[in-house]
Design a protein around this ligand. Structure first.
Ligand code: PXP
Length: 240
């Protein structure tokens, strides 16, 4: 069955905006689990702009579903990954100045670096997924690394307008998906998926995991807003 990995990075983004203790991404993960999440995903970025080392360690202890750690092919975070041993590591590209992961890993251009990162993680017993653009050359190169999964970057599809552009992006995702499945690799996808555009990606043959964050955190803020205001009003009016 198709599994949902809930990315909780932006719960931590909100906390880091105030450098305080709330909202806690670990608490959010446990609520996601109660609501039926099949996995929890977090990205330990080099600049620690959202998830902190403390979060990862607590997530490892608390999360009962699959814990998927996204990280760059850089020795510091790879070392942390090997020590923490999440259920899966998804290797992603990382640039300091980007707002979010803007494209897939360049496995063609950085074969040695990616392959040695994969080996390090697999030697530590951790299954590896590569975050790749729906591009045949990248998928072919990724498939030579004996990885357990490839996650297709759905950003172009998600950002394209409904109509021919979206259809073209979806067609590219379908071709890439077939290439991954034909190579005997688990098919994952994610980035920019929301309540309106997820259906077509979820329907791709043999899709097994979708990782979704921003849309879920955004909706949580809005659907929870009225209740939060009502509760504050009640707290103000409580007799002390
Ligand atoms: N998959 C990967 C590899 C990502 O880097 C991200 C963003 O951190 C996501 C999925 C989730 O993307 P979004 O927050 O747009 O749902």
């Amino acid at each position: 069955m198709l599994e949902l990995g809930v990315n909780i990075d932006h719960v931590a983004t909100l906390r880091q905006a105030r450098r305080t203790y709330e909202p806690d991404p670990v608490t959010a993960s446990l609520l996601a689990e109660l609501a039926g999440a099949d996995g929890i995903t977090c990205h330990l970025r080099e600049d620690r702009r959202h998830i902190q080392d403390r979060d990862l360690h607590l997530l490892k202890q608390m999360v009962q579903v699959k814990l998927n750690l996204e990280c760059a092919c850089e020795s510091e975070v790879l070392e942390i990954a090997c020590q923490t041993k999440p259920d899966q590591v998804t290797l992603v590209p990382e640039k300091r100045e980007e707002v979010t992961t803007e494209g897939g890993l360049d496995v063609v251009g950085q074969w040695e670096k990616v392959a040695s990162s994969v080996k390090k993680l697999q030697d530590a017993g951790i299954p590896v997924s590569l975050f790749l653009d729906p591009d045949s050359a990248q998928i072919e190169a990724g498939a030579t690394m004996n990885v357990e999964a490839i996650e297709l970057h759905t950003g172009v599809y998600a950002l394209s307008k409904i109509g021919p552009d979206r259809e073209k992006a979806l067609a590219q995702l379908k071709v890439a998906s077939a290439e991954i499945v034909d190579a005997g690799i688990r098919l994952h996808a994610g980035h920019g998926l929301n309540y309106q555009n997820v259906q077509a990606v979820a329907a791709i043959d043999q899709m097994v995991e979708l990782n979704i964050g921003h849309a879920i955190v955004s909706r949580a803020v809005l659907v929870g807003f009225e209740r939060a205001v009502r509760e504050m009003k009640a707290a103000m009016l409580q007799k002390s």
